[in-house]
Design a protein around this ligand. Structure first.
Ligand code: BG6
Length: 491
């Protein structure tokens, strides 16, 4: 073929006019296009009939400008096409199938297709079924299915969705997205752990006292009430992003950096987690306050939230115990929240203190433990905190740090979606969630979830405490209970 790194593909984004496509996928696809790695074409497929190819190109052009994408290297958008799937009927998917075949013929493409489901989760089943029923899952080339999160809303629905997917696609064709896995620092965790023997030899219950994983957001609902109020922080963030980070921190050394070897080790971690007790989960909901000096409303006052019955958690903290030889007894505390004090995504590893203090003036409790903080957001890098003697006669210890920041050394990092989309084209599933992995992850949290009737949108009242916290703080004070008297580590 063309000598490019990946073979030609036809990309079909179902939900091609939606928010995800506009803000994340199309900018990432354009950056890939710019790199000239592959010859690819794209059909945007939306629910409205308002576009034709040209108006879709205009729409994408405006969206890219709004997102600040540098268009100077892209001569034209004539590789973009539009085909509506309207209300999602079989007839409309047949029309999509005709369009795909027609374009493959016209552009002389070998039948390699990527279907990206950038639609609300309620639409996944119908879309997958229709793609299969009209035969779009079969061609002379490679066909791939990319499914956004959330994949299911509990164990049962995730299993049901997997069964449906496997009716039409083999697991080797399926790419379940967790965009955290595409972040450069998350991938660097593997390099950090498995190419620095120094750290790996410290990486266990013998040397580590506890692990905290924090994803703190300053943003609130951002007009997503319809989705978020039925979901909450446990489902939206903990079950996927934070749990993925936990598996990467805790996994054993894979036999190779290959999709199944890595995912196998991650599943083993999930299966080793002890059942989570209800007292090890703290939920919170933000009230009015100030974030970055700006007054913001409380969750209940957000547009689209019915204050009288919404007990949805916008904050969740969970303490987990991984019951295996490496980690038994080391608490892994995961916490996330919206409208918190500052934006920060961090993995904080607290090492054990020295067994005794030889410095007479300090008791062992006074010696702060070494900490390694891996920062994913807003700056990607890490800090290693250690003790030094302050110069002078008396023995005074002070904490210093070694600091590394990606952007200072390497410049712009690729966006997570750029990395993940390229991996889809290359057929590398390492950074995607396998069927058994997503089910194992739901199995951990399903017993803690609030039963909800989604079909008619009514929320069944639960008995969990949802603590209020003021916007602009670090969340409910009750969460400190999970730290057994210690303080949260944040830079
Ligand atoms: C999404 C959640 O998956 O991740 C959002 O649905 C959240 O609620 C977002 O804001 C956070 O992603 P990032 O990359 O900004 O940390």
């Amino acid at each position: 073929m063309t000598g490019k790194k990946v073979p030609p593909y036809l990309f079909i984004i179902v939900g091609g006019t939606g928010d995800l496509a506009r803000r994340k996928l199309l900018p990432a696809i354009c950056r890939l296009w710019e790199k000239n790695l592959s010859e690819f074409y794209l059909i945007g497929s939306g629910s409205g009939k308002k576009h034709d190819d040209q108006t879709y190109r205009d729409f994408v052009g405006h969206s890219l400008e709004e997102e600040g994408v540098d268009m100077s290297h892209i001569d034209s958008l004539d590789w973009l096409y539009y085909q509506s799937v309207g209300g999602g009927s079989l007839e409309e998917f047949k029309a999509l199938a005709d369009r795909v075949q027609q374009l493959e013929k016209k552009l002389n493409l070998p039948g390699n297709r990527v279907f990206y489901l950038a639609v609300p989760p309620s639409v996944f089943p119908n879309t997958i079924k229709n793609l299969g029923e009209v035969g779009l899952n079969k061609s002379g080339g490679e066909v791939k299915l990319v499914v956004e999160k959330p994949f299911g809303r509990d164990t049962q629905s995730a299993q049901g969705l997997n069964q449906l997917v496997h009716k039409y696609f083999n697991e080797s064709q399926v790419y379940r997205i967790d965009h955290y896995l595409g972040k450069e620092t998350v991938q660097n965790l593997l390099a950090f752990r498995f190419s620095n023997a120094m750290f790996e030899s410290l990486w266990s219950r013998d040397r580590i006292e506890r692990v905290e994983i924090t994803v703190a957001e300053t943003l609130g609902l951002e007009h997503r009430a319809g989705y978020y109020d039925k979901v909450g922080a446990l489902r939206d963030m903990i079950q996927n992003h934070l749990t993925q980070l936990m598996t990467l921190v805790a996994m054993e050394v894979p036999t190779a950096l290959e999709a199944d070897a890595v995912r196998h080790e991650k599943v083993k971690v999930l299966r080793a987690v002890s059942p989570i007790s209800a007292s090890d989960v703290i939920r919170g909901q933000y009230t009015r306050g100030a974030v970055d000096g700006r007054e913001v409303v409380g969750y209940c006052e957000e547009e689209g939230i019915n204050c009288s019955d919404s007990r949805t958690e916008t904050y969740a903290a969970v303490k987990l115990n991984i019951s295996n030889w490496r980690w038994q007894g080391v608490p892994f505390v995961l916490r996330t929240g919206k409208r918190l004090f500052k934006e920060a995504t961090e993995i904080a590893i607290t090492f054990r203190r020295p067994p005794v203090s030889i410095f007479r003036q300090f008791s062992i409790k006074d010696i702060q433990p070494n900490k390694l903080i891996i920062t994913l957001q807003p700056h990607e890098g890490f800090d290693l905190f250690f003790k030094v003697k302050e110069p002078g006669d008396s023995y005074k210890l002070s904490t210093q740090s070694l600091h590394f920041e990606y952007s200072e050394r390497f410049g712009r990092l690729p966006d997570a979606y750029e990395t993940l989309l390229l991996d889809v084209l290359k057929g590398d599933q390492t950074l995607f969630v396998r069927a058994d992995e997503v089910e194992s992850s739901w199995e951990l949290y399903t017993p803690l979830l609030v039963p909800q009737n989604v079909s008619n949108g009514t929320v069944v009242t639960d008995h969990h405490e949802v603590y209020k916290y003021a916007s602009g703080t670090w969340g409910p004070i009750e969460a400190e209970r999970l730290l057994d008297g210690e303080k949260w580590c944040t830079i």
